[in-house]
Write a protein that binds this ligand. Structure first.
Ligand SMILES: NC(=O)c1ccc[n+]([C@@H]2O[C@H](COP(=O)([O-])OP(=O)(O)OC[C@H]3O[C@@H](n4cnc5c(N)ncnc54)[C@H](O)[C@@H]3O)[C@@H](O)[C@H]2O)c1
Length: 250
């Protein structure tokens, strides 16, 4: 018996990194999982691995910045598994992201970045909320970052906005039995982090942390499953740092 038997979870950007760990964690505990990912081949790989391990998964090529793509994903999730109970808004432009000063970044890149990293979680929430309401409630996690509080340009700005979205959606969806929380990981050892931050910057960060090591994708899974589960039934609008103590907020 798993904690999430009979439940259905959508994880965006689950074709690798932390999203893959979330999807596999949910599947291990009995949920059917939709891998909503822009990289179709990566989504297929993760879905096949979940199925091979005895779980249930569906890969759906999805662009979180597109209303039609996310609506199509929600429809396919309902056709395959009957509806949606949980959503983890994990997808983001992070791997190989361009790094520019705010006064230099082209407005086209800024708009694309924000469409995926900031507006994407709202678009996917809108695509699945009706099904959650129909099933009597649900739970959502937005993947923030400790970068939200570190002033790191547009990546940080998008994560700060996501914290605000978490609070606003928690208020709007609470009356429908839908809880909305966020996880703010500290530096976590994925290919994307290696592409986005130089080694020496990451090493310096890690050296300053009370639990002085890089996070692993699996470190995020327990806290995420807790926030989705009924153990967190009175927890909403919370941004939970999972960061080895990197940032402590009073
Ligand atoms: N790794 C870290 O140190 C760290 C720390 C804090 C927060 N985060 C956040 O965690 C999440 C996962 O990070 P990761 O390190 O696994 O990076 P990642 O780049 O491997 O994961 C992002 C995933 O999103 C997918 N994606 C990108 N654009 C998309 C779109 N338009 N539609 C659907 N999918 C799309 C990518 O293909 C990729 O699989 C991101 O939100 C990131 O900002 C990461």
């Amino acid at each position: 018996m798993g904690r999430f038997d009979g439940k259905v979870g959508v994880v965006t950007g689950a074709g690798g990194g932390i999203g893959e760990a979330y999807a596999k964690g949910l599947a291990r505990e009995g949920a059917s999982v939709v891998i909503a990912e822009i990289d179709a081949a990566a989504a297929e790989r993760v879905a096949k691995e979940i199925e091979a391990a005895g779980g249930h998964a569906l890969a759906v090529e999805t662009d979180v910045s597109s209303e039609s793509s996310t609506k199509d994903m929600a429809r396919r999730a309902s056709e395959a598994f009957g509806g949606v109970d949980y959503l983890i808004n994990n997808a983001a432009i992070f791997k190989n992201m361009e790094q520019h000063e705010l006064l230099e970044v082209s407005i086209d890149y800024w708009n694309r970045f924000m469409a995926v990293n900031m507006t994407g979680p709202l678009i996917v929430t809108r695509a699945v909320a009706a099904s959650m309401k129909q099933r009597g409630g649900g739970a959502i996690i937005n993947q923030s970052s400790t970068a939200a509080w570190m002033g790191g340009g547009y990546y940080s700005i998008a994560k700060l906005a996501l914290n605000g979205l978490t609070h606003a959606l928690a208020r709007e969806l609470g009356p429908h039995g839908i809880r909305v929380n966020a996880i703010a990981p500290g530096p976590t050892g994925t290919d994307a982090l290696r592409s986005a931050a130089p080694d020496e910057v990451v090493q310096a960060l890690v050296a300053s942390m009370p639990i002085s090591r890089l996070g692993e994708p699996e470190d995020m899974v327990g806290p995420a499953l807790f926030l989705l589960s009924d153990d967190a039934r009175w927890v909403t609008g919370m941004v939970l740092n999972v960061d080895g103590g990197q940032l402590m907020r009073a």
